[in-house]
Design a protein around this ligand. Structure first.
Ligand SMILES: Nc1ncnc2c1ncn2[C@@H]1O[C@H](COP(=O)(O)OP(=O)(O)OP(=O)(O)O)[C@@H](O)[C@H]1O
Ligand SMILES: [Mg+2]
Length: 257
């Protein structure tokens, strides 16, 4: 069995009296595709926000490669090898597709983001490397032809692919995807599924939140189910699909309970 790369211990987030994430223990094994599912409001995005330092942890710990990274500032997350996409797409809408990806690369070139802003000499030396790598990455996600289009002009599904490309530019060991197929039509969904498989086959670990059951069941090695902040089940797709607690959580939600 592969090693655990990402782990949470009793991870919790309270918003006032609301336990959005309630003492969640989760272990993600290196090289796997690990799904997180659960009804709306289950705490999935909040969980990602805790992993990536976007919000303060109420209680518990996050470990990456065995190292305690609880409370890490978000700007240091890429540096340790973790990168994410957002449920509400966060691209630089009025920059080109290629420039969006370049921003990801500059988090790991020696000039960094500041150099990219002031365009100093070190930045210009990096620039050739970054442009080449950026185009290669766009090729990988199938967006090379749109390299010089504005991000704002891409279809919704294509913007989601660009978010994945930008996250990959930081060369993450672990890629966190928050609803990568949301708003996509069936053919875009199967394309994004292929892309996730391709990324995984290159050895990266993927944690994916998704509502599309077919996609998640086909893609994941392990699935964690959250409901009202609590982990209610974890297992293979077949185990999770037949779990009575999971079924009642979803049925309860459908009834508006
Ligand atoms: N900043 C915040 N302040 C207060 N409550 C919040 C905040 N962020 C999230 N919540 C609440 O925490 C709970 C979990 O929200 P979260 O967005 O993590 O759910 P989710 O599982 O990602 O849902 P969805 O499937 O709809 O994206 C919800 O009740 C939500 O309203
Ligand atoms: Mg969410």
């Amino acid at each position: 069995m592969s090693d655990v790369i990402l782990e949470t211990r009793a991870l919790s987030k309270h918003f006032g009296g609301l336990k959005a994430v309630d003492s969640v223990d989760m272990s993600v094994r290196e090289g796997t595709i690990h799904g997180i599912i659960g009804p709306n409001g289950a705490g999935k995005t909040t969980f990602f926000n805790l992993l990536t330092g976007l919000i303060e942890v109420t209680r518990g710990a996050v470990l990456f490669g065995g190292r305690d990274i609880t409370g890490i500032p978000p700007e240091r997350v890429a540096g340790i090898g973790m990168s994410r996409t957002f449920q509400n797409i966060k691209l630089f809408r009025f920059m080109t597709v290629l420039d969006n990806v370049k921003v990801g690369f500059h988090t790991r070139t020696k000039t960094g983001l500041l150099g990219a802003v002031v365009r100093n000499a070190a930045f210009r030396a990096d620039e050739t490397f970054v442009a080449e790598q950026g185009l290669e990455l766009l090729d990988f996600v199938g967006l090379r032809k749109q390299a010089y289009n504005l991000a704002a002009n891409l279809s919704y599904g294509t913007q989601r692919r660009l978010e994945i490309a930008r996250a990959l530019a930081t060369d993450p060991k672990v890629l966190l995807l928050d609803e990568p197929a949301a708003g996509m039509n069936p053919s875009e969904k199967s394309e994004v599924m292929e892309l996730i498989r391709k990324i995984s086959s290159l050895g990266r670990t993927i944690v994916v939140i998704e509502h599309d059951m077919k996609l998640i069941m086909n893609l994941c090695d392990v699935i964690t189910v959250l409901n009202q902040g609590l982990k209610i089940c974890e297992g293979t797709p077949a185990e999770v699909r037949n779990d009575p607690d999971v079924i009642s959580a979803y049925l309860g939600h459908a009834r508006g309970a």
